[in-house]
Ligand binder design. Structure first.
Ligand SMILES: *[C@@H]1O[C@H](CO)[C@@H](O)[C@H](O)[C@H]1NC(C)=O
Ligand SMILES: *[C@@H]1O[C@H](CO)[C@@H](O)[C@H](O)[C@H]1NC(C)=O
Length: 728
C-alpha cells in the first residue's frame, strides 16, 4: 500500500513536470531569469502609468516603447481613481486599465501589474482613496483588520477583473507578473512586529489569488517564498535577492526624478543611465524596468502632497508629451539591441570576472553551448582606460561599459552616444488667442448660511474628505472702540500657522497676504499687520491642499489645514488667542459649487467681458473659448503670467498651476555624467518657475469652441496666457 502510494506520487510529479514544460503559456523563474513558455528571458521593461496620459496617447506611447526595445510595460494600479467612493468603481477614460493592458498586448508586449494597492508614486495619498482613512478603526499598511479587509477587497477586485478578461499569461494574456504592496521593507523595519505579521498576511493573501504568474515585492528583503524581492534605485548592481532560487530583478531604474513646485527640475544623463543598466546586467541582472519610461502628467488633483508638480516628466526617455527625448531614447534603444544580442549567453552562464587594470574589469558570459558575451567596464570617474581583452585593445571612456555580444566586437559603449540630441521647442501658436471673461469669487465670512460652525480649529481633510483642495476657515474678531491701535495707528499683527500647504488671508473681505510651505516642510506661517476697525471684523482664510501625502510611516496621520496657533498681537490686552474661539468652515469655492469648470453648466453666471475683465485680482475665474490649432504637435499652456490655481478644458482638469513658485535653494551648475548620480546632482530651471508649461492633451480638444477655464488664487494677468506647441 505504502509502496503504491509512493509510485503514484512519483507519477503525478513527473506528469505535472511534463505538463508544466509542455503547456504553451506559463511563467516561472529560476535563479537566472524569468522563464516564459519554457524559455529564460532577459526582460527590458518600462513604467507608463495609464492615468498620467490619455487613452488616445496610449497606443503611440506603447509603440514607441516597443521601438525602443522594451518587452514589458510596468504600471501601478491607482485605487483612488478606481474607487472614488466605497463600492462605486470607475474604469473609464484615463482609468480604463483593461484597455491599457490590451493595448500593450496588441503591441506584443508583456505587462507587470503592480497592484499595490499602496503605490507611493508621487500620487495623491499614495493611491489610497481619501475615504479609506475614515473607515472606523483604520490604520494604513499594518496589521489592522479594517485595512486588511479593504486591501484584500480591492486586490481581489483587480485580479478577478484581469482573470475574467483573460489577461494573465497562462490564459493567453500579457501579464507575466504582479506586485503586492510596494517598498514595504523600510516601513516594516520601523514598525516591527505588526509590520512583520502584515507582510506574512499580504504575501499569503496574494498567493491565494492564484494568478498563475509570479508575485514580486520591491524593497522588501523578507519577501516570503516564492515571492521575488526586487530592487529600486539609481543603481542596483550590488543587489541580491533573498534566496539563490530567485532571479535578480530591478523594478525601478530611476531615469531622472520628479519635480516639485518650488524646486529645480532634475535630469539624469543618458550615459550614466545606460552605464547603470549595463552594470546591473553584467552582474547577473536579468529583468530591469525604467521608472519612468514615460512619466506624463499629474492631471486633475492626482499629484501627491508636499508640492509635487503637475508635470511628471521625470526626464524619462519619452517626455511628458509623449515625444522621444533624445539622445536618451535612442541611446537606450542602442543599449537594448546590444543586450538582446547577448541574451543567449546571459541566460545560460554566470559571468567570470577579472580585473583589466586599475578600476577596470571584464565580465564574460560563456555558455556550454558556445555562446559568449562580454562587458568591459571602466569605473574611473575621470580617466579613460585602455584595456586588453583577448589580445585586442579597447578604449573605455570614464564611467563606461562596452558590450561585446560575441566576445570580439564592442558594438556599444554606454558613454559613447551616437543617437542625435534634440532641441525640443515650445513655439507660440499665433493663430490662437483667448478672449477672456472673468468672474469674481468673493471671500465668504462667518455669517454666510452655508457654513459649518464649530469651536476651535479642525483638520482640513476631515472636513473636505478631499472633495476640493480648498477649505475656508472663518472667524470674527471683536475690537473694542478703546483699543490703542485705533488711535496710534500701530496695526496689530495676525499670526496664523498652517500645517499645510498654502493659505490666503482676507480681513473684512480685503486680501491681506499669502503664505505657503516649502518642499520637505509643508508648514506655512502667515504673519502680518492687519487693518481692523472697531466692532466686528471678519477674518477669512482660504487654506489650500496641494495634494495629500503619499509616503512615510502612517502618513495618513499627517495633518493639513490651519491647526494653529492663531493669534492677534498688539491689543490693549496684549495677545489674543484666536485658535480656541468659534470658527466657521466652508468646503470648496463658490465657483466649484456653481460648476464653473464644467462644460455647459454655470452658464447662468454673469461673466465680465471686454474691459471689465479683472486682472491681478485674487480669487478670479477666467473663461475663454478657442479653436484647436491645426496639426498634431502636442500642446501646452504657457502660464508664466499667472500665480497659483487650477485649469480645465472642456470640463477636463488639466491640473494645478503654480508658476509663481520659483525654483530656489539649489544650484544649476554644469553636470558631468561620470560619477555616482543622485537627484540633486543635475538640475535645471533655477531662478525660474518650477513649471510654467502645462500639457493640454490634443484628445481633450474639439476642432472648434473649446472652453478653457482657470481659477486663479493669487491674482495673475490672463492676457499673458498663451498656447504653445511642442516641436522636436
Ligand atoms: C552571479 O550569480 C552566481 C550564482 O548566484 C554567483 O555565484 C556569482 O557571484 C554572481 N556574479 C556576479 C558578478 O554577481
Ligand atoms: C472631524 O470632523 C468632525 C466634524 O465634521 C468632528 O466632529 C470630529 O471631531 C473631527 N475629527 C477630528 C479627528 O478632527
Amino acid at each position: 500500500m505504502v509502496k503504491i502510494k509512493i509510485i503514484f506520487a512519483v507519477l503525478v510529479m513527473n506528469l505535472s513536470w511534463v505538463l508544466f514544460c509542455s503547456v504553451d503559456a506559463s511563467v516561472s523563474y529560476d535563479n537566472k531569469a524569468i522563464i516564459i513558455n519554457g524559455r529564460r528571458r532577459i526582460l527590458i521593461s518600462g513604467s507608463i502609468h495609464y492615468p498620467r496620459s490619455t487613452p488616445e496617447m496610449w497606443p503611440d506611447l506603447i509603440q514607441k516603447a516597443k521601438d525602443g526595445g522594451l518587452d514589458v510595460i510596468q504600471t501601478y494600479v491607482f485605487w483612488n481613481g478606481h474607487e472614488p467612493s466605497p463600492g462605486k468603481y470607475n474604469f473609464e477614460g484615463r482609468f480604463d486599465l483593461v484597455r491599457f493592458v490590451k493595448i500593450a498586448q496588441q503591441a506584443g508586449l508583456y505587462v507587470n501589474l503592480r497592484i499595490g494597492p499602496y503605490v507611493c508614486a508621487e500620487w495623491n495619498f499614495g493611491g489610497f482613496p481619501a475615504w479609506l482613512k475614515y473607515v472606523p478603526g483604520m490604520a494604513f499598511r499594518t496589521d489592522n483588520e479594517p485595512f486588511k479587509v479593504a486591501m484584500q477587497g480591492f486586490t481581489e477586485k483587480i485580479v478577478s477583473m484581469m482573470k475574467s478578461e483573460k489577461l494573465f499569461e497562462p490564459q493567453g494574456g500579457p501579464i507575466i507578473m504582479s506586485q503586492i504592496e510596494n517598498e514595504y521593507g523600510p516601513v516594516e523595519w520601523e514598525i516591527g512586529a505588526p509590520g512583520k505579521s502584515y507582510t506574512k498576511w499580504f504575501a499569503s493573501m496574494a498567493l491565494g489569488l492564484d494568478t498563475g504568474v509570479p508575485w514580486i515585492m520591491c524593497k522588501q528583503e523578507d519577501a516570503p517564498d516564492p515571492i521575488i524581492d526586487t530592487c529600486n534605485g539609481f543603481y542596483c548592481e550590488g543587489f541580491t535577492p533573498n534566496k539563490p532560487t530567485k532571479p535578480k530583478m530591478w523594478t525601478e531604474i530611476w531615469t531622472g526624478w520628479y519635480t516639485k513646485f518650488g524646486g529645480p527640475v532634475p535630469y539624469r544623463p543618458a550615459e550614466d543611465l545606460a552605464f547603470s543598466v549595463a552594470r546591473f546586467v553584467q552582474n547577473n541582472g536579468s529583468f530591469f524596468n525604467y521608472y519612468m519610461y514615460h512619466g506624463g502628467t499629474n492631471f486633475g488633483r492626482d499629484s501627491a502632497g508636499l508640492f509635487i508638480a503637475t508635470s511628471y516628466d521625470y526626464d524619462a526617455p519619452l517626455d511628458e508629451y509623449g515625444l522621444k527625448r533624445e539622445p536618451k531614447w535612442g541611446h537606450l534603444r542602442d543599449l537594448h539591441k546590444a543586450i538582446k544580442l547577448c541574451e543567449p549567453a546571459l541566460v545560460s552562464a554566470y559571468p567570470t570576472v577579472w580585473s583589466l587594470g586599475k578600476n577596470s574589469e571584464a565580465h564574460e558570459f560563456r555558455s556550454k553551448a558556445g555562446d559568449c558575451a562580454a562587458f568591459l567596464a571602466n569605473y574611473d570617474t575621470s580617466s579613460s582606460a585602455k584595456v586588453t581583452y583577448f589580445n585586442k585593445q579597447y578604449d573605455l571612456p570614464p564611467w563606461s561599459i562596452s558590450i561585446l555580444p560575441d566576445c570580439k566586437t564592442a558594438i556599444f559603449n554606454t558613454a559613447k552616444v551616437s543617437s542625435l540630441g534634440s532641441h525640443m521647442k515650445m513655439l507660440p501658436v499665433s493663430t490662437v488667442d483667448f478672449p477672456w471673461q472673468s468672474y469674481n469669487e468673493e471671500a465668504p465670512n462667518s455669517d454666510d448660511s452655508d457654513t459649518l460652525e464649530m469651536m476651535g480649529l479642525y483638520e482640513q481633510l476631515n472636513i473636505t474628505r478631499d472633495s476640493s483642495d480648498y477649505l475656508w476657515y472663518l472667524t470674527d474678531v471683536n475690537i473694542a472702540s478703546d483699543e490703542g491701535f485705533l488711535k496710534n495707528g500701530d496695526d496689530p499683527v495676525l499670526n496664523i500657522v498652517s500645517s499645510g500647504h498654502s493659505m490666503q488671508v482676507f480681513v473684512n473681505g480685503q486680501p491681506s497676504g499669502i503664505a505657503y510651505g516649502r518642499l520637505e516642510n509643508p508648514k506655512a506661517t502667515f504673519s502680518g499687520n492687519v487693518k481692523l476697525k472697531a466692532g466686528i471684523n471678519k477674518i477669512s482664510v482660504l487654506s489650500a491642499a496641494v495634494g495629500l501625502p503619499n509616503v512615510g510611516v502612517h502618513y495618513e496621520k499627517m495633518e493639513t489645514g490651519i491647526l494653529g496657533p492663531v493669534t492677534l498681537k498688539g491689543l490693549n490686552e496684549g495677545t489674543r488667542d484666536l485658535a480656541k474661539q468659534t470658527w466657521s468652515y466652508k468646503v470648496g469655492l463658490k465657483g466649484e459649487t456653481l460648476s464653473l469648470h464644467t462644460l455647459g453648466i454655470g452658464s447662468s453666471v454673469r461673466w465680465l467681458a471686454g474691459s471689465l475683465v479683472v486682472q491681478k485680482r485674487p480669487l478670479s475665474w477666467y473663461k475663454a473659448t478657442f479653436n484647436a490649432p491645426e496639426g498634431n504637435d502636442p500642446l501646452a499652456l504657457d502660464m508664466s503670467s499667472m500665480g497659483k490655481g487650477q485649469m480645465w478644458v472642456n470640463g477636463e482638469s488639466i491640473g494645478r498651476h503654480w508658476p509663481a513658485n520659483i525654483a530656489s535653494g539649489a544650484s544649476c551648475g554644469a553636470c558631468n555624467y561620470a560619477g555616482t548620480y543622485n537627484e540633486k546632482k543635475c538640475l535645471s530651471n533655477c531662478g525660474e518657475p518650477s513649471q510654467k508649461w502645462y500639457h493640454l492633451p490634443r484628445s481633450w480638444l474639439k476642432p472648434t469652441g473649446n472652453q478653457l477655464v482657470i481659477f486663479e488664487e493669487w491674482g495673475g494677468d490672463p492676457s499673458g496666457i498663451s498656447l504653445v506647441r511642442r516641436t522636436p
